[in-house]
Design a protein around this ligand. Structure first.
Ligand code: GLU
Length: 526
């Protein structure tokens, strides 16, 4: 009989920085999916959110807020962590000082860690010497040679020290990484890492290992840049008497069209990245209308950008799920539920995964179309409110119907905000080309007088308007395009927008007729 499959516990451990990076969110999602997959299709799974705030952010709420907001917006909950607590808390590293102190004492008492009194300069000189000699640098361990009396004297004198982990030399540390397969390190090549400062504050590798063990984490899924920390964490876990977790080091996310890691530091450069450029430009159009600035925290590198400009969470989830993971070579569309069902770590690729905003936009089209009408009304309504545009919800619903799949982002509603204005402004180029053009005013006048003016309110429907325009154009032996374009510009001012019959319907009979008159008067003056 085989043993029951163990339950899975994953964790995402962000350092609170005041924003949520899209690559970090992908790591979080993979952790979440792995736990949920095991909960729903395996023996059980728990997702832990831990806050790596040993650097003590000056204002934790400000630093952590955007991270929790990103989780909430995407609909990713956490089973243990901030706000919800749990049996393995506290979940803030800044509140776990005593736990670290106890673990540190344990290692020191067992001789598995030591106080190193060598100055920073001395250690740097050792490193230089090793480099000159062409040998790998390992810690010289002078402090281990001190007698008890010497050590006590140094401590009594207040000589600064750090605590280093005593790496057992001459061993091989190996992991069977779920993504990278077997990875091995020769411990003789590893310097003794500093695990605590003199004031007792601990460093990343130590705090993480203590917490992963204390929180019973079974699977560490994190960015591949942490692979180099892994041998130390494995050795530390064993020194503390724990079996190390399983690891999955996932490939980094590259900036669109490049092989370089998507980085917050390069945001300035991304404005010139041909693919990213469009996203910045769209934000430049939208954000000023809703009182937002394009800042580093609301750039396309950050989750907040997508929420701020009206992406659907499902589109972002779909794109993040496909960043370095696939089910097969054809399935692109995944809901969160699909991902929970299908996600397994063995299908994570080893190569870097490129963020592809065009693909993300396609996911957005799909998920926007899947969005129920009521929800679209409230999403678009929120943008109108932010832009301080008064609207009637029924009318907004009709406008959204008329836009059909032209409505991609919720913010696109601002492009047709002229439907909410009493006065329209003509797009000057379009007016010249479509209305004030030889032959058009007469044609439009005749159509309006002979057909539109005599339509009753009840007949003012898109279908009837289309029938009238088509038959009138046929009788006049003119392309229907002439009237279509002229009417759109005359009644909305804009060159593009919903279909012209929907425009006339939305603007209404009376206003449409008045606007045609005004446009024709304008054309006569031009
Ligand atoms: N706080 C670390 C980071 O943000 C966590 C790394 C880990 O998952 O071990 O990179």
């Amino acid at each position: 009989m085989s043993a029951p499959a163990p339950t899975v516990r994953t964790r995402f451990a962000p350092s609170p920085t005041g924003s949520m990076h899209i690559g970090g969110m992908r790591t979080a999602l993979f952790n979440w999916l792995h736990a949920r997959h095991h909960r729903e299709h395996g023996a059980g799974g728990t997702f832990v959110l831990r806050v790596d705030d040993t650097d003590r952010a000056r204002n934790l709420d400000e630093a952590l807020g955007p991270i929790l907001d990103a989780f909430r917006w995407l609909g990713l909950d956490w089973d243990e962590g901030p706000e919800v607590g749990g049996p393995h808390g506290p979940y803030f590293q800044s509140e776990r000082t005593e736990i670290y102190a106890t673990a540190l004492d344990k290692l020191l008492a067992a001789g598995l860690a030591y106080k190193d009194f060598d100055s920073r300069e001395r250690v740097a000189a050792d490193r230089d010497a090793a480099q000159k000699a062409g040998t790998p640098y390992v810690t010289v361990r002078r402090s281990l040679e001190l007698s008890d009396t010497e050590r006590e004297r140094l401590e009594a004198d207040g000589t600064p020290f750090v605590v280093r982990f005593l790496v057992p030399r001459g061993e091989t540390v190996a992991i069977d990484d779920a993504v990278r397969d077997r990875v091995e390190w020769d411990t003789s090549l590893l310097p003794d890492p500093v695990i605590a400062r003199q004031d007792g504050s601990v460093l990343y590798n130590f705090a993480t290992t203590v917490d992963d063990a204390a929180m019973a984490i079974t699977d560490v899924i994190r960015a591949e840049e942490h692979l180099s920390n892994t041998p130390v964490q494995v050795l530390l876990a064993r020194a503390l008497g724990h079996e190390p977790p399983r690891y999955a080091h996932i490939p980094f996310v590259t900036a669109p069209g490049t092989t370089k890691k998507l980085s917050k530091r390069d945001i300035g450069k991304y404005r010139n990245n041909p693919v990213f450029k469009k996203m910045f430009e769209r934000a430049d159009e939208i954000f000023p209308q809703i009182g937002l600035d394009v800042t580093d925290a609301v750039s396309p590198v950050m989750v907040a950008y997508y929420e701020s400009i009206g992406y659907r969470p499902a589109a972002v989830i779909n794109a993040l799920g496909r960043l370095g993971w696939s089910l097969d070579d054809k399935t692109e569309i995944f809901s969160l539920g699909d991902l929970v069902r299908d996600f397994t770590l063995d299908r994570v690729v080893k190569n870097p995964a490129g963020l592809d905003p065009d693909k993300l936009f396609n996911f957005q089209s799909h998920w926007m179309n899947e969005t129920p009408r009521d929800e679209k009304v409230s999403l678009c309504g929120a943008f109108l409110e932010k832009a301080k545009i008064a609207f009637d919800a029924d009318f907004l619903g009709r406008l959204i119907d008329a836009m059909g799949d032209r409505l991609k982002l919720a913010a696109d509603i601002l492009d047709v905000a002229y439907f909410f204005a009493d006065e329209i402004e003509y797009d000057p180029k379009a007016f010249k080309k479509r209305v004030a053009k030889a032959g058009v005013p007469e044609h439009l006048r005749a159509f309006t007088d002979e057909r539109l003016a005599s339509l009753a309110d009840a007949d003012w429907t898109p279908a009837r308007l289309e029938a009238e325009l088509t038959s009138f154009s046929e009788a006049a032996e003119k392309s229907p395009g002439l009237l279509i374009h002229a009417l759109r510009v005359a009644t909305t001012g804009a060159a593009v927008g919903p279909g012209v019959y929907d425009c006339l319907d939305l603007v209404g009979r009376e206003k449409s007729l008045a606007r045609v008159d005004a446009a024709l008067a304008n054309a006569a003056d031009a």
